[in-house]
Design a protein around this ligand. Structure first.
Ligand code: SAH
Length: 357
């Protein structure tokens, strides 16, 4: 019989092995780096296939009550012109999704239930689910469990909430209004409710070390996430971290190494090529990300008149384009890489929706 005594050291050994392995891969250079990218791409193909799922993101409000030190739409940034879209405006955008091969809408905003209240969001989720075939992902930050339950009952399929960094001390230094424990609690509540959960982190926030980055990747694995979104930290001039460079500013390969190692450690998770890669690598970052582990693309579907006011960081691509232009461009980008368009909503591969095993 295996006792706790014999099991424990084995678990610790495995964890140490994983940590050493991830750490080693994150330091790869030259041929070893090419090999890392090749492996990540092969694992993506083996577990997720060649389909790229398109999930249009609607940044429906930039009103925020929080003051995260890195974020351009933080409450304290008085230069931001605040807006909140109406439910009808949002629905009008989502109705056009199926024609552009977009099976999911990601509803994202700052964190403030005052602008678009929680009940109004529930009603909007119901309408989207009733009136369109589109799956709904919500990304609006920390809320009490009963609100998540209410949204799930309205038909919410998935929820995205990044833990940002796995280091509790660093988290506290970046977020004056919340703790890492609270964020992880939100994730647990969502999972227990049977909602497909997505999380992730920024790469290279000031104070991050390669050890913390390794732990970020291992935490994603431990949380057994359905979706994992990561992207480089980009300093925004109107924030307290505006003059602090990314921790890997001198080693930009690190952004793709992190993605490739993430794929190796989370073979069957949906991993998007996030917008911040394009901002960092002048419009080609997302294509590279798709070739180094990612299998999801999230084009901006926010109406043009609002885009320039949802600047989490500078250099965000496509702020002058329309949703239709972005829809057409993304299909072209995917096909140019020899990949196919994902069909249907692209639910989690990990379990039947709503059933936790
Ligand atoms: N209010 C929601 C949505 C936050 S914005 C929430 O709390 O979940 C979505 C993501 O953008 C954040 O989770 C963060 O990881 C990223 N982000 C914000 N500011 C950034 C910056 N300066 N550089 C890179 N990514 C940033």
């Amino acid at each position: 019989m295996t006792t706790l005594k014999t099991k424990r050291p084995r678990l610790l050994d495995r964890l140490r092995f994983h940590r050493d392995e991830a750490n080693r891969l994150l330091r790869a250079q030259g041929n070893a780096l090419d090999e890392l990218y090749r492996r990540a791409n092969a694992v993506r193909r083996q577990f997720m296939g060649d389909e790229v799922f398109i999930r249009g993101i609607v940044e429906f409000s930039n009103v925020c009550a929080r003051n995260c030190y890195y974020c351009g739409i933080r409450a304290g940034n008085k230069h931001v012109k605040r807006y909140t879209m109406s439910a009808d405006e949002i629905l009008e955008v989502v109705r056009r999704f199926p024609a552009n091969g977009q099976g999911t809408v990601v509803l994202q905003s700052g964190e403030a239930s005052a602008s678009f209240d929680d009940e109004a969001l529930g009603k909007l989720i119901r309408r989207i689910k009733r009136e369109t075939p589109v799956a709904v992902t919500v990304c609006v930050g920390n809320r009490p469990g009963e609100i998540y339950r209410y949204w799930r009952d309205c038909g919410m399929d998935r929820y995205l909430i990044r833990f940002e960094t796995s280091d509790p001390g660093l988290y506290a230094r970046l977020h004056p209004d919340s703790s890492l424990a609270e964020r992880l609690d939100c994730l647990k509540t969502l999972r227990d409710l049977g909602v497909q959960t997505g999380s992730g982190f920024m790469i290279g926030v000031p104070g991050e070390t390669v050890e913390i980055l390794t732990n970020n990747i291992l935490l994603c694995r431990k949380l057994d996430l359905d979706m994992i979104g990561i992207g480089p930290f980009i300093p925004h001039p109107d924030t307290p971290l505006g003059n602090t460079p990314n921790a890997y500013a001198a080693d930009p390969d690190m952004f793709f190494k992190a993605l490739a190692v993430l794929r190796l450690f989370n073979p069957d998770a949906h991993i998007p090529a996030t917008t911040a890669y394009d901002a960092m690598f002048s419009g080609t970052g997302r294509d590279l990300a798709l070739q180094r582990g990612a299998n999801v693309f999230m084009p901006n579907a926010t109406p043009s008149q609002y885009r320039k006011d949802y600047l989490l960081y500078p250099g965000k691509p496509c702020v002058d384009e329309s949703a239709a232009q972005c829809g057409a461009c993304v299909i072209h980008r995917i096909q140019a890489l020899g990949r196919t368009l994902g069909q249907g909503p692209g639910h989690s591969k990990k379990r039947t929706a709503g059933i936790i095993t």
